[in-house]
Design a protein around this ligand. Structure first.
Ligand code: DUC
Ligand code: ZN
Ligand code: ZN
Length: 468
């Protein structure tokens, strides 16, 4: 079966060019110059005139079905990957979890059991290490060698749950330096945060906004700097800071990168568009919808301005979602009267491609940088390139035909995520995901869904392309 995507402007990390994309089966086989007389025949031709043709989005940070705070993220691999597809994302990298005391491989097997046969798009895993010990360190080697898992997330936050102390972090980093894996860090000083949380609750400060106030930007900056230092001591172990939200943390990353260090970072749409005052501080319990960690930051401190700048300068390499949805009813409501019991997370896997494109419309990013931050760099960062992240012969035919003259209104009534509210309710995007193609198959077209659960394949990943 061949497919020709004709008449569009192909956007890649190095530029935009008019080109027709020829697909044979699951792969791209050629980019054709449309001004050259063409003899190519294809079984199906898709008209992309006036549209952008971009590589399918790669969301490198999702949490489908993550158990958290006595409940679990409300999107399953079925509902979450279907919503991702609607929004132009054709690959996710989800976080398998080793709970404290659990054998790492058992945690991984449990995650495979949740995902297998349920995904609409291709998927891969990072591994969360909830307990770094001798066995976990050995398991890191085995996962890199045999399982295609080449990145491990550690937490400086959540004492008693996922938390690792500095000694555990250093040991995991030393192991990663040896086997080539990436250490991903949730960088917030969780020990200090827990003190602030208890003090706030004792004062009767129970509203959702105190979630943000008790997780100050300074404690993200401190933990980020500490992680960078520990990685330096581990002979410059590759380090990737997840969900970076604060200017001070970005400064620490930028300094390390200027020093030539193997330090990378991502941010998420919620930190680019939402704020502590306007969303987390919404009246009554409404702010619970926006409880996530790291938290939304104060608009008066202008973090978002710095984050857009960081995306332009590549101190922020990637926009991921940290998709971790909870319904307002019965899930977020667990924290009525005590913000510390609100499950942490925002759902957004469906809207990342659009929300970052809005940055192009607003003059924050170039088209090339849009594609780089949502697709090409995640592929390179996490060992999926050149199979994913680029429109080139030999790559998987994961394509999005994006309409810059269309528009998208985000809201709970139209989204496909399993959530009873939208964190971006009413936001208008000056562009629209049109057709979505996953490994040569059209899965979204003209507002209709043609994909199916189970067609997504597990991707074993290689080492990061960015390692030196
Ligand atoms: N942050 C969230 O908001 N949710 C899940 C885990 C995390 O680190
Ligand atoms: Zn995290
Ligand atoms: Zn996360």
């Amino acid at each position: 079966m061949s497919l020709l995507v004709k008449g569009g402007t192909v956007i890649g990390p190095t530029g935009a060019q008019p080109a027709d994309v020829l697909v044979e089966g699951e792969k791209i086989v050629a980019l054709l110059d449309p001004s050259y007389p063409q003899t190519v025949q294809a079984d199906e031709v898709i008209d992309a005139a006036g549209k952008y043709v971009i590589p399918g989005g790669i969301d490198a940070h999702t949490h489908m079905e993550l158990p958290f705070g006595g409940t679990a993220a409300s999107d399953t691999f079925d509902t979450g990957t279907r919503a991702a597809a609607w929004g132009g994302t054709t690959t996710i990298i989800d976080f398998a979890v080793q709970r404290t005391g659990e054998v790492v491989q058992d945690g991984l097997a449990a995650w495979h059991a949740k995902a297998e046969g349920n995904c609409h798009i291709d998927y891969a895993f990072h591994m969360i290490l909830g307990g770094v010990d001798d066995d976990a360190l050995k398991a890191m080697d085995q996962l890199v060698t045999d399982e295609g898992i080449t990145s491990f997330k550690l937490f400086m936050a959540y004492p008693g749950v996922f938390y690792s102390d500095d000694g555990q972090i250093l040991r995991a980093m030393q192991t990663a330096r040896e086997n080539g894996a990436m250490i991903m860090m949730h960088a917030e000083n969780g020990i200090a945060i827990d003190v602030l949380v208890q003090q706030a609750l004792a004062r009767g400060e129970t509203d959702p906004i105190y979630h943000g106030i008790t997780r100050p930007a300074a404690l993200e900056a401190e933990a980020t700097s500490r992680a960078i230092t520990l990685a330096e001591v581990a002979q410059d172990c590759p380090l990737y800071i997840v969900h970076l939200s604060a200017s001070g943390a970005l400064e620490a990353v930028a300094k390390a990168r200027n020093d030539g260090r193997n330090v990378f970072a991502e941010t998420c749409p919620q930190y680019l568009y939402l704020t502590l005052e306007d969303q987390l501080g919404a009246p009554g319990f409404e702010g619970a919808k926006y409880v996530c960690s790291t938290p939304l930051r104060s608009k008066h401190e202008q973090h978002a301005k710095d984050l857009w700048k960081g995306l332009r300068s590549n101190d922020l390499a990637i926009v991921s979602t940290d998709h971790c949805p909870f319904c307002f009813k019965d899930q977020k409501e667990l924290g009525v009267g005590d913000f510390s019991k609100i499950p942490n997370g925002i759902g957004g896997v469906e809207h990342r491609v659009d929300l970052v494109y809005q940055g192009v419309v607003d003059g924050q990013l170039s088209l090339e940088r849009w594609v780089e931050t949502i697709s090409t760099t995640p592929a390179r960062m996490f060992g999926l390139y050149p199979r994913k992240g680029i429109i080139a012969p030999g790559s998987d035919a994961d394509l999005v035909i994006y309409d810059p003259n269309g528009s998208t209104r985000i809201g709970v009534d139209t989204h496909h995520m399993n959530m009873d509210y939208s964190a971006y309710e009413g936001v208008e995007i000056a562009g629209r995901v049109g057709t979505v193609i996953s490994r040569g198959q059209v899965i979204v077209a003209d507002g209709n869904y043609h994909g199916r659960k189970g067609r997504g394949q597990y991707l074993k990943r290689g080492l990061s392309s960015y390692l030196v």
